[in-house]
Design a protein around this ligand. Structure first.
Ligand code: NAP
Length: 263
């Protein structure tokens, strides 16, 4: 039996759709007070209203703030609003990320900067801005959304993306050491292919190809990433830091297409 996280103050960046929205939903349904962020305020407003309606009473609630993780000023504003609205931050889910396609041979510097600036620098800026509040919590938790792509696997078009996702784990391992004296743990969830709006943008052929490579024969759901994040946030996970959990339906396991053909 896990100790309830009801009433905890949770920030989820990129919580307005896809995996972040799933993480926010799982926390809200567990009674947490959740602040979601995203760049599009109309989408954020609608998502917060939808998630707030599902939140577990009496503490559960979801609100939003428009913010770009690539901006240090925005990250600081999110931390300040969390302090004002939620009284602090117990859990930070640094989830916001993008995955545009660009082959190495013709990738522009702008494309490289955008992906690294959002996924990697955005993670660092978000964690930095929330540090004082997480330290005050006494049981601060940082949960990164990384990926199997980069840390474990590769896919054409995603050299910059893979570097950003592997970079998050390099950041995590030293941050976990530096922040341990403040009682903050830092861990990462590595999703495989999860059914999100962002993944849908890649097209049906991409989703079908990936499904064929997954032993469990389906894409993951956003809730399934939320449950892994929730585990890292529980009191029972207090002794785990600097670690990863892969949630991918077994996608990284087959050694060859023949390994899949037999099932
Ligand atoms: P998604 O459906 O496109 O949602 C992305 C979310 O991040 C949206 O809320 C978006 O809102 C927000 N966002 C994007 N750029 C932002 C920025 N600069 N500042 C603040 N918010 C920003 O993507 P997803 O599939 O859920 O992916 C979410 C995370 O999971 C990413 O880190 C991704 O790398 C990781 N991931 C996804 C999969 C998958 O299969 N879907 C697999 C492995 C890892 P706005 O656009 O309004 O800002």
């Amino acid at each position: 039996m896990f100790t309830s996280i009801a009433g905890r103050a949770v920030v989820v960046t990129g919580g307005t759709r896809g995996i972040g929205k799933g993480i926010a939903a799982v926390f809200a349904r567990s009674g947490a007070r959740v602040l979601i962020t995203g760049r599009d305020s109309d989408v954020a407003r609608a998502a917060a209203a939808e998630l707030d309606a599902q939140a577990l009473a009496p503490h559960g609630e979801v609100s939003f703030v428009q913010a770009d993780v690539a901006s240090r000023e925005d990250c600081r504003r999110v931390a300040a609003i969390a302090q004002e609205r939620l009284g602090g931050i117990d859990v930070l889910c640094a989830n916001a990320g993008i995955f545009p396609d660009a082959r190495l041979v013709d990738m522009t510097e702008e494309e490289l900067d955008l992906v690294l600036g959002t996924n990697l620098k955005g993670t660092v800026l978000t964690v930095q801005a929330c540090l004082p509040a997480l330290a005050s919590s006494g049981r601060g938790r940082v949960i990164l959304t990384s990926s199997i792509t980069g840390p474990i696997t590769g896919f054409p078009g995603w050299t910059h993306y893979g570097a950003s996702k592997a970079g998050q784990l390099g950041f995590m391992r030293t941050a976990a050491i530096e922040l341990a004296p403040s009682g903050i743990t830092v861990n990462a969830v590595l999703p495989g292919n999860i059914a999100t709006e962002g993944l849908a943008d890649l097209g049906e052929d991409y989703a079908a190809g990936m499904t064929a490579a997954i032993p469990l024969r389906r894409l993951g759901t956003v809730d399934e990433i939320g449950y892994a994040a929730l585990f890292f946030a529980t009191d029972e996970a207090a002794y785990i830091t600097g670690q990863t959990i892969v949630v991918d339906g077994g996608q990284v396991l087959p050694e060859s297409p023949e390994a899949m053909a037999g099932i």
